[in-house]
Design a protein around this ligand. Structure first.
Ligand SMILES: Cc1ncc(C[n+]2csc(CCOP(=O)(O)OP(=O)(O)O)c2C)c(N)n1
Ligand SMILES: [Mg+2]
Length: 331
């Protein structure tokens, strides 16, 4: 399929926003202005943008933890100021500052985003089943890394989704790494999508450094799901430019990743790749691109101002317990 000019413009705009948001998060982590961790997304922003730019508000999304899902959420239309307020422990955050990066945006069908790898597989099957029964054309975008496909629950989800022809997109952002472990040491197959094929699932592979190529793979998958034709596995081959999370050594196995590896990766920078194409095809002019960058920086300034000027969350004991759901006796 080929993308329209409007689709390419929308993708490019979100790519630029995602790039600036990721830089802002990196900077704030180094400034001590975030609570907990940050898993930088440099080099890996194109998959999330392409997976989420064309979702509807009532489609389910479980974002990938890389970049803390900001790329995915801003592309879906979520206002990131409530995320940043959350990650800075402010009362105005999407979960009143209680969660850091384990959060929900129920009105956008983002629930219980979690650092637990593979947390989303079982719920995705449930959301998919609900969407199929409702018959309103909703889809479920299940994002995860290559690392999670070593888990049993990932395979149970693939099996059930294909069995029941659920409207789920299993979107795998394969950067070939899980913290220090290379995918080649963790999986007997080179393509994670070949595991989905074993369940007879429709599966495609795309270049995760090229936002347009990923969108060309994702859009037919969304269409199939909306039409009731069942799940698709989309594998975006991408890269992780930085260490796993800020402050962790950048190793592959026992060795530091070499300068050559880093230089090769930098040649595949997604904004540079997209910029070359939009200029060459006249989809955007240099002036348009400058304006989009200025708009993204202004948006980020406002987001940071909102988070920084919000009250720190100081929940009472009673309000903490009010948000806890657990089986068994009340404490
Ligand atoms: C259930 C579980 N096991 C282990 C971890 C520790 N952990 C955090 S991120 C990660 C690697 C994830 O790799 P991948 O899914 O490929 O995503 P990437 O970080 O490469 O983007 C691991 C093992 C975890 N958070 N949850
Ligand atoms: Mg990975």
């Amino acid at each position: 399929m080929s993308l329209s000019q409007e689709q390419m413009q929308a993708l490019y705009r979100n790519l630029v926003r995602a790039d600036h948001f990721n830089r802002m998060m990196y900077r704030r982590m180094m400034q001590g202005k975030l609570i907990g961790f940050y898993h930088p997304a440099e080099g890996a922003i194109a998959p999330g943008v392409a997976a989420c730019t064309f979702l509807n508000q009532d489609d389910n999304l479980s974002p990938h933890h890389r970049g803390h899902g900001i790329t995915h959420m801003l592309s879906k239309g979520i206002d990131i100021k409530y995320y940043l307020a959350e990650h800075t422990g402010k009362e105005t955050g999407c979960c009143q500052g209680r969660s850091a990066f384990h959060f929900s945006f129920p009105e956008h069908k983002v629930y219980m985003m979690s650092g637990f790898i593979g947390y989303n597989f079982a719920p995705s099957v449930g959301w998919g089943l609900a969407a199929k029964r409702r018959q309103q054309g909703q889809v479920v975008m299940n994002c995860s890394g290559d690392g999670s496909y070593g888990q049993g629950r990932a395979h149970e989800a693939l099996l059930m989704a294909e069995n029941w022809k659920l409207p789920i997109i299993f979107f795998c952002e394969n950067n070939g790494m899980s913290i220090f472990s290379e995918a080649s040491e963790m999986h007997p197959v080179a393509d994670i999508s070949s595991m989905a094929k074993a369940y007879d699932m429709n599966a495609v592979i795309c270049d995760g450094q090229d936002v347009f190529a990923v969108a060309e793979a994702v859009l037919p998958a969304i269409e199939r799901a909306r039409a009731g034709e069942g799940p698709t596995f989309v594998e975006a081959k991408t890269l992780r430019f930085n260490e796993h999370d800020i402050g962790t050594p950048d190793l592959a196995g026992w060795e530091a990743r070499s300068d050559e590896v880093h230089a090769d990766m930098r040649d595949r920078e997604p904004v540079a790749i997209a910029t070359k194409r939009v200029l060459a095809e006249g989809v955007l002019s240099q002036d348009d691109i400058d304006r989009l960058n200025e708009e993204a920086l202004a948006e980020i300034e406002a987001v940071e101002e909102f988070a920084d000027n919000s009250e720190i969350a100081r929940p009472s004991e009673a309000s903490l317990l009010a948000d806890v759901f657990a089986p068994g006796e009340a404490v």
